[in-house]
Design a protein around this ligand. Structure first.
Ligand code: MN
Length: 320
């Protein structure tokens, strides 16, 4: 027997909510929206919000709770909801809270989702987890504190309504959220396009170091810890670089590599027209994602890894 998210909420007194480590806009948006929805409509229930720090630019436009850290919590929840996370390990310090909860509920849109809950509501072709969540909640019970984070998540996961996952339904939801009073320009510019001066400087470094491979089919760049240090930024400030590479005319595959430790790297992959399913490359390295946007972490010699990724691109391209 399946159970809707609303049923699970209604039969639980103590509820926990979490998303994945290094939360992006969709993760922040979906977790905050569900938190605010429960607070507004079920004031008698206890609800706790577990996540890493909400990025400042998002916190500015959101009515977001202060996140808790699962490492510092030993409680047992009647219901624990995981949003926008494709696997259990992506819950980071909150894995143990999810595992011992009475009802483990997964809401997601990653096709690589491992269905690690008791109930797994995974809609593969949805633009975002926020879109999936919108459909699980009642519109009549939403207000601006719920509409803003949902809109923010959709904006971020669709690259502002332009990725192929953006469908009629996505736009209908966005329209319904606008009806609730969402200030769309403030969310789009303030949380998606706007970058700090240091981030723009980092983008300059990344573009300067970028290389073309496979006769311009692939563009790739690498940002080292030293590069980040030179502009005073941290690992969380590299958003948007892979997107800029992707926008290069003629480039089909964009690769952004970030050095996160000694011989330890984070890869972000984009496929412009879907000629190569980059989630297959991510899965090869035990990462995950979508066919046009995926990522993974890997240890080893960077030249050899890049060479292998380029080989995989060729292999999957010929299979498409
Ligand atoms: Mn997402």
């Amino acid at each position: 027997m399946t159970k809707t998210l609303i049923q699970a909420i209604e039969e639980s007194g103590k509820i926990g909510i979490t998303g994945h480590i290094r939360p992006d806009g969709d993760c922040v948006g979906s977790t905050v929206a569900l938190y605010n929805y429960i607070r507004k409509n079920y004031p008698d229930k206890s609800v706790s919000f577990f996540l890493e720090k909400v990025p400042d630019e998002m916190a500015k436009v959101l009515n977001a709770p202060i996140p808790l850290n699962g490492d510092e919590c030993d409680e047992t929840f009647d219901l624990f909801v995981s949003l926008d996370s494709s696997s259990l390990d992506r819950l980071g310090p909150n894995v143990h809270l999810f595992e011992k909860a009475g009802i483990k509920y997964v809401v997601d849109h990653h096709k690589t989702n491992t269905c690690f809950g008791d109930y797994n509501h995974v809609v593969e072709d949805a633009s975002s987890c926020c879109e999936v969540l919108f459909d699980l909640l009642e519109y009549e019970k939403m207000d601006l504190s719920i509409a803003v984070p949902l809109y923010l998540g959709i904006v971020h996961d669709t690259g502002v309504f332009k990725y192929s996952s953006t469908g009629r339904h996505t736009m209908e939801i966005a329209g319904m959220l606008l009806d609730l009073g969402v200030d769309s320009a403030r969310i789009i510019d303030g949380t998606f396009y706007e970058k700090s001066w240091a981030q723009n400087k980092l983008l300059a470094i990344a573009l300067n170091k970028a290389m073309l491979y496979d006769e311009g089919y692939v563009a790739a760049t690498l940002i080292t810890r030293q590069d980040l240090k030179s502009v005073g930024l941290s690992m969380n400030d590299t958003d948007g670089i892979v997107e800029q590479l992707r926008l290069t005319r003629g480039v089909e595959i964009a690769i952004f590599v970030r050095e996160d430790g000694d011989n330890y790297y984070k890869f972000s992959l984009r496929s412009k027209n879907g000629e190569v399913d980059v989630s297959k490359i991510a899965v090869y390295y035990e990462g995950g994602g979508h066919s046009r946007a995926a990522g993974f972490n890997v240890s080893g010699n960077i030249d050899e890894i890049i060479e292998n990724v380029l080989r995989l691109i060729k292999e999957y391209k010929n299979k498409a």
